[in-house]
Write a protein that binds this ligand. Structure first.
Ligand SMILES: Nc1ncnc2c1ncn2[C@@H]1O[C@H](COP(=O)(O)OP(=O)(O)OP(=O)(O)O)[C@@H](O)[C@H]1O
Ligand SMILES: [Mg+2]
Length: 328
């Protein structure tokens, strides 16, 4: 589906509404107040569709100053974010380039979200590990201040090591699932030899004990998956350091489409794909490659300021004008 309209017409708005309506939150901002039209007291996204043969309806309601509410097939959910465990949506916006270009924290967050989507039972693991590190750091500082003994650290060290080892393993497992799919898509997008490499030292209680003096000095845990990284390489080159803008964009697209394929394999249904402003920066051959990759992969919405950016005829063309979306 191609969504066209001039700058400022509301294309990104439409994609954002679909994200809010299927995932319960915006990919752009944490502040729900920004999602409500200026001067209004609330906002509502209502979507209808079907999954396999069954009809599906979602409604997300936002009210200024009062949280969100979501309903799936008429049933109220505990939180709007709970939609994520039922519906998968993957989004590309120019901000997503940070997954390749940005610092390690962006990639850690990316792989942690991906592992939640691939292994729903592990969704809480990254948060549990972060909490354990926070508790251990607080305990380290108490020892540093002399108000607590080194022995008191042991349970925190054991918990950090156990959760950290589990998290590193889950991340590696997620990357092992993603990598072959990502490589195939990279090839199709003319970015050959695309690889993902988990970079981190093995974590154990022993390894933490071995560096206890340093950790006490800094008051922080200096080893573990909260410091690990994921290398994104093409033909042996680290794209963060040596990729062109276009190659970095292609790598992010390959990550998204690779994850979409992995999700479809595991859940039987492809996720909704939202691609904002992706075409204008790609050369014609790669635009064509992207268009043929999207065909037959479930629903995808792609925005552009002009229909000519897509080298093939879309299944559906939507034209956006301020406050209005029309077919054709
Ligand atoms: N909360 C809001 N209430 C009303 N209008 C808003 C709100 N937030 C943003 N806007 C406006 O909505 C308009 C449409 O923005 P949008 O980002 O969807 O445009 P776009 O079609 O994606 O444009 P571009 O091609 O430049 O990316 C903008 O002028 C923006 O200022
Ligand atoms: Mg836009």
């Amino acid at each position: 589906m191609l969504v066209v309209g001039p700058n400022g017409a509301g294309k990104t708005n439409l994609l954002e509404a679909l994200h809010v309506g299927t995932q319960g939150f915006s990919p752009r901002t944490r502040s729900d107040a920004q999602l409500i039209r200026f001067g209004e007291g609330g906002a509502r996204v209502a979507l209808g569709g079907h999954r396999d043969e069954a009809p599906l309806s979602v409604e997300v309601v936002l009210r200024a100053g009062a949280g969100k509410q979501a309903r799936l097939n008429g049933i109220a959910l505990r939180s709007a974010e709970q939609l994520r465990s039922d519906l998968a949506t993957l989004v590309f916006t120019p901000d997503r380039l940070a997954v390749v270009k940005g610092g390690p924290a962006v990639r850690r967050a990316y792989v942690d979200r991906a592992l939640g989507r691939l292994f729903p039972a592990r969704t809480e693991l990254p948060g549990e590990y972060a909490a354990a590190v926070g508790q251990r750091n607080a305990a380290l500082r108490r020892v540093g201040l002399g108000v607590s003994s080194r022995e008191a650290l042991e349970p925190w060290t054991a918990r950090t090591a156990a959760l950290g080892a589990a998290l590193a393993q889950a991340r590696s497992k997620a990357l092992a699932l993603l990598e072959p799919e990502v490589a195939v898509i990279g090839e199709a997008l003319r970015l050959p030899g695309l690889r993902l490499e988990y970079r981190g030292e093995a974590l154990s209680a022993q390894a933490l004990d071995d560096r206890l003096d340093r950790d006490l000095e800094r008051g922080a845990t200096g080893l573990g998956p909260h410091l690990d990284d994921v290398g994104v390489l093409a033909g042996g080159r680290d794209l963060r350091l040596y990729g062109s803008q276009g190659e970095q964009r292609l790598a992010v697209l390959a990550l998204l489409l690779g994850e979409a394929a992995a999700i479809a394999d595991r859940t039987g249904g492809p996720p909704l794909l939202l691609f904002d402003d992706v075409l204008s920066e790609l050369d014609p051959e790669r635009r064509r490659a992207l268009a043929s990759l999207l065909a037959g992969r479930g629903q995808a919405l792609v925005t552009a300021t002009d229909a000519s950016f897509l080298p093939v005829a879309p299944d559906l063309l939507l034209t956006v004008q301020p406050g209005e979306v029309t077919r054709g």
